[in-house]
Design a protein. Structure first.
Length: 350
């Protein structure tokens, strides 16, 4: 008899020690998981900020390309103007050259003709003056054309300088863009590593939680406020959605957290069980009135581990994940109600 009592006592001590060890380990893992998720949130914020900066820089690059294209058009237009002026200058030079050549080569004859054709000496001098004025006018036209050409070439030079400035700005923007994209790649790589670590931590927590359920149906297995330890994905958020079964737009009064059948569901806070049973489309459901007044609802379970009137602690197992009621697969439908009205539950479990 003593041997039997001693054996039972030893088994009890070993069970308690392993249970405490398991709970302590789970607390550490949940702490790491929380830190991991917080780090991921910070990385997400940084990635969003980088994306915003990248979009801003890319818009500036597009704008700069637009400015460069406009300047190219202006340069081409000015080149056309310069070519046209050069042709005019050349044509006027040719005319003046011919005129001067005719005057020089036929100077005597010209003057004799003018003299012979002149009705008087004063008429003769008038004709000579006209010839000289024509030559003078040709020279003035050439001078004006040269000045116009110089002015346009100066304008062209200014625009080309602006184009160089825009191309330098574009180069700097492209360097910034490359740097931002490299930073984003590094952050996404780091986030990927954190996601991998998160999955590993969730897997360990799930194993400990499953073992805790085997050892005791209503053990406290979590120190956090998340209702499904080891499973953090929300498959359907709070708010209006197309119902997966009825295919109609309907208010989704809670959040859905998918997990394998039998996974433990825990109370997010201490309180008293006010409902434990089947509740229409919710299937097997637990409702808990918490000490601060809020009510939480845990639906679609495969089994319930608490009863009405029972006091539960934060992190205590109250049900096991299932797919009862109107459900398309194993998951927890979780709600928070304040003064009888459903609210977004996410702020209460983060």
């Amino acid at each position: 008899m003593r041997k039997v009592i001693t054996t039972i006592t030893l088994c009890s001590i070993i069970f308690s020690t392993s249970l405490v060890y398991g709970q302590n380990k789970q607390v550490d893992l949940e702490k790491k998981l929380t830190e991991n998720r917080n780090s991921q949130l910070r990385l997400d914020e940084q990635i969003i900020e980088l994306n915003s900066k990248i979009i801003e820089v890319e818009e500036k690059i597009l704008s700069t390309n637009g400015e460069i294209s406009k300047l190219d058009l202006q340069i081409n237009e000015i080149k056309s103007e310069i070519n046209e002026l050069e042709n005019n200058i050349q044509n006027n030079k040719d005319k003046l050259s011919k005129r001067i050549k005719v005057i020089n080569s036929n100077y005597s004859m010209s003057y004799i003709k003018i003299l012979l054709n002149s009705s008087s000496i004063s008429d003769f001098f008038n004709n000579v003056y006209i010839v000289k004025q024509i030559v003078k006018q040709d020279k003035e036209v050439l001078t004006e054309l040269d000045e116009n050409k110089q002015e346009i070439e100066d304008k062209k030079s200014q625009i080309e300088n602006k184009k160089v400035e825009q191309e330098e700005l574009k180069l700097l923007l492209e360097i910034d863009n490359e740097s931002l994209n490299n930073d984003k790649i590094e952050l996404e790589k780091l986030k990927s590593e954190l996601e991998k670590e998160e999955n590993e931590l969730e897997s360990e927590i799930e194993k400990i939680a499953a073992q805790s359920v085997v050892n005791g149906e209503s053990q406290v297995i979590s120190s956090g406020s998340w209702p499904v330890p080891g499973h953090s994905r929300i498959s359907s958020p709070y708010g209006y959605r197309i119902h997966p079964i009825f295919n109609t737009k309907k208010m989704h009064t809670g959040i859905d957290i998918p997990a394998p059948t039998g996974t433990p569901t825990v109370s997010i806070d201490s309180g008293k069980v006010i409902f434990a049973g089947t509740k229409g489309g919710y299937g097997k459901t637990v409702m808990i009135q918490h000490d601060d007044g809020k009510v939480t609802l845990y639906a679609h379970n495969s089994a319930l581990t608490v009863s009405v009137g029972q006091r539960v602690k934060k992190g205590q197992v109250v049900a096991k994940i299932g797919s009862t009621g109107n459900s398309t697969g194993p998951h927890l439908h979780f709600e928070v109600r304040i003064n009888g009205k459903h609210v977004n539950p996410v702020p209460y479990i983060k």
